[in-house]
Design a binder for this molecule. Structure first.
Ligand code: Q46
Ligand code: ZN
Ligand code: ZN
Length: 308
């Protein structure tokens, strides 16, 4: 198969776009598309100070690379969760993030959960009743808190994450299975800053996972191939498999599902739901100063038993 734009052999065929491209044209297309999404959804501008949450995996390193190529003012943030099992997941993924930063002369903020809170994520989880023995709920809570805190403290104006289309449709699928109107109203690719919550955006939300992986590989970015050991057997992975079966038969179905969702969300379908928590109705945690839907301490401070 030939590249749509030149005579070279295609390196990737994207059936959902009816588009096959060679390596050079794919890399160019991917960067241009990212810029198009940033503009279309008014995510941020070249005046913003951008912090990208980097896990060492393909999505976040590809995102950092593209934003750097697009000449945004962008630094990385790596949170060491202390997930070390036999595979030393955190240590290895941290090395990928550090290596990328060093190779490109970029700044990486690092935050060590154990160093700051005395315990790793799996250890904090053992003392908590959150989640069903899996640390993901605790992990998500701690990461959200740390990302917001560091972004504010260091004067960043926007926090970006590498969530791709497959991540977004898996969450969307879960939220529609349970018709969680509050979650559907908040599943946005741009969350405006409000009451101490930093602006958050997802510039890769319209790229398929195989597109971000292709970018990382073709751009020559070494990344952590293994997933976190705790992701095995998750609902999200089950939904991804199901949605991939649908995509196989109907190329483009995942993209259409997500883009139509964004359109009806924008039209305000979920806006007046009784379940929806308005940001202005959040109160401030007396211990850490971050917004919370609780009346006293936020869930993070309760989890870590931080004294007032
Ligand atoms: S890192 Fe944390 Fe994920 Fe690992 S423990 Fe679960 S939530 S699976 S993105
Ligand atoms: Zn080409
Ligand atoms: Zn708090």
């Amino acid at each position: 198969m030939k590249c749509r734009k030149c005579t070279q052999n295609a390196s990737i065929n994207m059936r959902q776009h009816r588009l096959a491209l060679c390596k050079d044209h794919y890399l160019e297309w991917f960067v241009d598309q990212t810029q198009r999404f940033i503009k279309k959804y008014r995510m941020f501008t070249h005046q913003d100070k951008v912090l990208v949450a980097v896990s060492g995996g393909k999505d976040s390193l590809a995102l950092w690379d593209v934003l750097y190529k697009l000449e945004y003012k962008v630094d990385g943030l790596y949170i060491d969760l202390g997930i070390d099992h036999d595979e030393s997941y955190s240590q290895v993924s941290k090395d990928y993030a550090l290596d990328y930063a060093q190779a490109n002369g970029l700044h990486l903020e690092t935050f060590d959960v154990k160093g700051n809170y005395g315990n790793t994520i799996p250890d904090i989880n053992k003392r908590s009743r959150r989640g069903n023995g899996k640390p993901c709920s605790v992990c998500g809570l701690v990461k959200r808190h740390v990302m917001n805190d560091i972004a504010y403290q260091k004067g960043y104006t926007v926090l970006v994450t590498g969530h791709n289309l497959d991540d977004e449709v898996a969450v969307l699928f879960g939220n529609t299975l349970t018709w969680s109107l509050d979650l559907l109203s908040r599943q946005k690719n741009v969350l405006e800053d409000s009451n101490g919550l930093i602006r958050k955006t997802k510039p890769f939300c319209r790229f398929y996972e195989r597109e971000t992986a292709a970018y990382a590989i073709l751009a020559g970015i070494p990344y952590m191939y293994d997933e976190c050991p705790y992701s095995t057997g998750s609902k999200s992975l089950q939904y991804k498999e199901l949605l991939n079966q649908l995509e196989e038969k109907s190329p483009g179905i995942k993209l259409n599902y997500y883009v139509r969702f964004l359109q009806i969300q924008k039209a305000g379908i979920f806006a007046n739901s009784e379940d929806t928590i308005e940001p202005e109705k959040l109160s401030i945690c007396p211990s850490c100063g971050q917004p919370t839907s609780n009346s006293g301490q936020c869930a993070f401070c309760k989890l870590l038993k931080i004294n007032q």
